[in-house]
Design a protein around this ligand. Sequence first.
Ligand code: C2E
Ligand code: MG
Ligand code: MG
Ligand code: MG
Length: 277
Amino acid sequence: EAKKQGKNQVVFYSESHNDAIEYRLFVEQGLLNALTNHELYATYQPIVNTGGDIVALEALCRWRNQDMGDIHPSSFIPIAEETGLINELGLKMLREVCIARTLLKDAGLGHIKVHLNVSILQLNSNALVSKFVAFLHEFDISAEDIVLEVTESAMHDVGTRRILRQLAAQGFTIAVDDFGSGFASVAELTESYTHIVKLDKSLMPGKYGPESKRVVVDSLIQLCSKLGKSVLLEGIETTEQADFARHAGCDLMQGFYYHRPVTITELISAFHQQASA
Ligand code: C2E
Ligand code: MG
Ligand code: MG
Ligand code: MG
């Protein structure tokens, strides 16, 4: 009986393993098509200052497939990175961001910057800098209006750091994303080309969380401020967390509590509605 069960379990596991492989293959194949047939698009989540004003938007990639529905970035971004499709995806997102900036400017919202997530794997070639600059020229957009978000791991590598420095020299603002989710090497905060530090969601103190978490975040915010960086707390979902962010002295805030990601047209029409209300 035990043997039989064991055998069933093996069958069960290998079936789910096959499902996983099949899903992976689907994503890999699908992503290739998605890049050309407009299944990928951008949503934008507002970033607010201490006064609650929207000062920037973070572009977040979305994939809607006829058969599979919405596929989450945590499923397809890693596969895009493994297959090298991240380069194409990244340029597509930059194009989207340039279009969004143009729409914002035309709507009288030119003061709103746009954040773009850049994978560490995109930062492995010098060609990236000239490609990015070419896009700005094509759309007549200033690099000062774009913030590039890179995870802290991008700063461990000499080659990657060099490209980030070149991008900063072109006028792009560089933000460290998800700071505190990995090894959080404090030395990276001394890099002069990073202007914004986004503290990772996982650092966010919960209502009943340990006091020590609060101390860590408080101190990180003070440390960043002393180094002349803006601190952005992301993943704010509750009133308590918003109060915490305000009291801790964050410069910028982002999270479902304030705004969810929406398309640029939805966002601009919401602005117009607000203005005419
Ligand atoms: P990220 O750059 O750290 O983006 C923030 C993520 O947190 C987004 O997830 C956003 O929807 C989510 N979020 C925002 N507010 C809240 C909140 O209050 N609570 C919670 N629980 N989550 C919140 P999303 O859109 O699923 O993206 C996940 C990750 O995928 C991103 O993390 C980023 O690393 C990556 N990603 C998304 N778009 C792109 C892209 O265009 N290029 C690259 N390279 N990576 C991207
Ligand atoms: Mg980000
Ligand atoms: Mg983040
Ligand atoms: Mg992330």
